[in-house]
Design a protein around this ligand. Structure first.
Ligand SMILES: C[S@@+](CC[C@H](N)C(=O)[O-])C[C@H]1O[C@@H](n2cnc3c(N)ncnc32)[C@H](O)[C@@H]1O
Length: 338
């Protein structure tokens, strides 16, 4: 099973016709989005609770495109390529980061992954840590079924359906809790952080890989704020992204101590640029747009997030529309005092 989880597809983006050139500025990207989706129409959905319909309507996009052409089977997150070169191995970068924390901690017995999706990270880690018991928790029953089916040969991994808002009491007692691109969906930040703190054993760790609203890299333009809102609508993040500072403050209010906050944005750039190439096949080719009509609305909206990601991560250093980035990709590590 581990092998199946790791196997790369034979297919990759080079098998598709080349994409139209990517937009150079946010203004160009927003104009393209406006033509195909209507910016006002998208913004009308801001704040709506659409997490479950978003993932249900995106199954084809994830499984027939993202996993097949770009990432690896079961993957629902960005890749991390610290050397700046895209490779599919980058999609195991978050699991590698969690493994480092496991090693540093020593004596870890129970690990809980919140928002585990189809189990890629937990399956990867459970395969290399047979003495540790892993539990994956996800809101969607479909994800839990797929993760379970992919891990039948791993007696130390199990997957359960439920929300992390708050973490169910039977799952308390974890030495390490981690979440990859999922805790952004938290609605009540303090309640979620308290639930995490209550579920960790003394001395336990929390590792988060996620997007955070950027507010420390300089002035953010109105256009960048609009693009960030469109990203949140596209991914159904109801309360909007919070900054790493907001997360750190909420975790500390819950009694945790911050270990470090590490900016992984540059490591995510190679995969988000590839993702943007996907989007350009949609925005740049009417035939692809016709074909995509079979997709439900929330599934098609992945084109909106994909075209924006590199621009949101990089900002615009020069010119009349200069702006700091709107979003960063970070790793946060916190600990519960022993
Ligand atoms: C972007 S996917 C990431 C999945 C997985 N962590 C990975 O790295 O492949 C986000 C996941 O979070 C789950 N999710 C969203 N809100 C949740 C909640 N309140 N409780 C548990 N899972 C949630 C979704 O169902 C989805 O599987």
């Amino acid at each position: 099973m581990q092998m199946a989880a790791e196997a790369s597809s034979e297919t990759d983006l080079n098998d598709l016709p080349p994409p139209a050139p990517a937009p150079v500025t946010l203004a160009e990207a927003i104009a393209m989005i406006d033509r195909q989706f209507g910016v006002e129409k998208l913004l009308a959905d801001a704040g709506k609770q659409v997490v479950e319909p978003y993932y249900r309507q995106s199954v084809l996009v994830y499984e027939q495109f993202y996993e097949k052409y770009l990432s690896v089977p079961g993957c629902m997150h960005f890749g991390l390529n610290p050397d700046g070169q895209f490779s599919r191995d980058g999609f195991y970068g978050q699991a590698r980061g969690v493994r480092t924390t496991i090693r540093n901690m020593g004596n870890v017995k129970r690990v809980l992954e919140v928002g585990c999706g189809k189990g890629l990270n937990t399956i990867r880690l459970a395969g290399t840590h047979p003495d540790i018991s892993f539990t994956g928790l996800d809101l969607l029953e479909e994800h839990v079924h797929k993760a379970t089916a992919r891990s039948t040969d791993l007696p130390n991994a199990r997957f359960v359906q439920g929300t992390f808002e708050p973490i169910p009491k039977p799952l308390r007692g974890a030495d390490l809790i981690f979440g990859v691109e999922t805790l952004c969906y938290a609605q009540d930040l303090d309640a979620v952080c308290q639930g995490i703190a209550d579920s960790l054993t003394p001395g336990g760790r929390l590792v988060i890989f996620d997007c955070f609203r950027e507010d420390g890299k300089g002035p953010v333009s109105d256009q960048m704020r609009l693009a960030t809102r469109l990203l949140e609508v596209g991914w159904g993040v109801p309360a909007g992204y919070r900054s790493a500072e907001e997360w750190s403050a909420a975790l500390q209010r819950a009694g945790l101590k911050m270990n470090w906050v590490h900016d992984e944005t540059q490591n995510a750039m190679p995969s988000v640029r590839k993702l943007q190439g996907f989007a350009m096949r949609f925005f740049g080719d009417w035939k692809v747009r016709m074909q995509s009509r079979i997709l439900p609305d929330l599934g098609r909206r992945n084109a909106v997030t994909a075209i924006l990601m590199p621009l949101l991560f990089e900002g615009q250093p020069d010119g009349p529309d200069a702006t700091a980035p709107g979003v960063s990709y970070m790793r946060l590590v916190a600990r519960k005092p022993a």
